[in-house]
Ligand binder design. Structure first.
Ligand SMILES: [Zn+2]
Ligand SMILES: [Zn+2]
Ligand SMILES: [Zn+2]
Length: 336
């Protein structure tokens, strides 16, 4: 995430809606990627005005009530319930962070209503009220269970599923991986170079998804999963491996941006054995990214240790995971 400044010089954040130093009402303008004042040219998204749930801006002349993020919502929870409202506000904040990164890649984000083939929609639903709904992606619709915004609920699930971390932002990033796979890869011919590149690294994705997941939940991941996957769950099926890898790539990109904007400089030590890529221009840009991230992640973990807290970055990037992340880096640079 970038750092922002008010016209008065005070520091502002991605979530800011008012400058605490000078009292100016501000919001985030996703087109330009800046926090700016609310004036005749830009007004606050309707979800900001009505529910204090959004700080993104809408061009005053656009005729749209909702911002580029809220416009993607197809279903939101019943806001008459105060707890729902609280959880939903946390959801929207995580979703905007995901969208910030995707917009940074210059990936267009039409709504599903505007573009039934490539568009995106979010259903944020309570799975207590609607037990048939589960977090996932289907044909351009990302469903996220509202209960994921409950810290206790999420931690219980994290422990039961043996995950290193479980966050709302992680869910949004993961599901965006499924959506983008559907949009950019699923309709390509089996022998298309992108499909072949995918299959070479992630495995044969025609493998039955339902039985792969059933087997994963029954038997767990293979003992040596860390050599091949970024998470245990990634071992369940090539689609999940991709979604986990993509989510991880977004976390790296956002993590690097945040650290460097704050002036935390990576020390560019040589990459660990096996992580050195082949040599072309794209590999050079990925190499630089990986090098910066490994350096910064080490610092972040040392900081966690000095707080007596669990590692902020409980992951290991093996050579085959680095290869998968490299493909994610490539797709991020060509998908528009
Ligand atoms: Zn100010
Ligand atoms: Zn909004
Ligand atoms: Zn998934």
């Amino acid at each position: 995430m970038k750092s922002f400044q008010c016209t008065c010089g005070n520091t502002l954040f991605f979530e800011s809606s008012r400058c605490l130093a000078c009292g100016l009402d501000v919001g985030y303008e996703p087109g330009l990627g800046v926090i700016r004042r609310i004036d005749k040219k830009f007004r606050l998204c309707a979800n900001g005005q009505r529910h204090a749930a959004c700080n993104w801006l809408v061009p005053a002349g656009s005729g749209e009530a909702f911002c580029a993020s809220c416009r993607l919502n197809r279903t939101i929870p019943d806001l008459g319930n105060a707890l729902n409202r609280h959880h939903w506000i946390l959801m929207e904040a995580a979703k905007r962070r995901l969208l910030h990164t995707l917009i940074g890649f210059q990936i267009s984000l039409p709504t599903l209503a505007e573009d039934p083939l490539n568009g995106l929609a979010f259903d944020i639903v309570s799975t207590t009220l609607d037990p048939a709904a589960t977090t996932g992606h289907l044909s351009g619709v990302i469903t996220v269970s509202l209960e994921e915004a409950d810290d206790t609920w999420r931690q219980i699930n994290r422990q039961q599923l043996g995950e290193a971390s479980r966050t709302l932002l992680g869910h949004f990033r993961h599901e965006s991986g499924h959506y983008l796979w559907y949009r950019y890869l699923s309709r390509l011919h089996w022998d298309h170079p992108s499909r072949t590149a995918f299959r070479t690294l992630f495995g044969n994705d025609s493998f039955d998804y339902g039985s792969a997941l059933a087997r994963y939940y029954q038997q767990g991941p293979p003992a040596n999963w860390q050599q091949h996957y970024i998470s245990a769950y990634a071992a369940s099926h090539p689609w999940e491996d991709w979604a986990e890898t993509w989510a991880h790539y977004l976390q790296m990109v956002d993590g690097i941006e945040t650290c460097e904007e704050l002036g935390i400089q990576a020390t560019l030590a040589p990459l660990p054995a096996g992580l050195e890529p082949r040599s072309n221009a794209e590999d050079a840009s990925f190499r630089a990214l990986l090098q910066r991230w490994i350096s910064l992640a080490t610092m972040l973990n040392e900081i966690s240790r000095s707080f007596g807290a669990p590692f902020l970055y409980p992951y290991v990037i093996s050579p085959s995971v680095a290869d998968k992340l490299r493909l994610a880096h490539h797709f991020a640079s060509v998908w528009r």
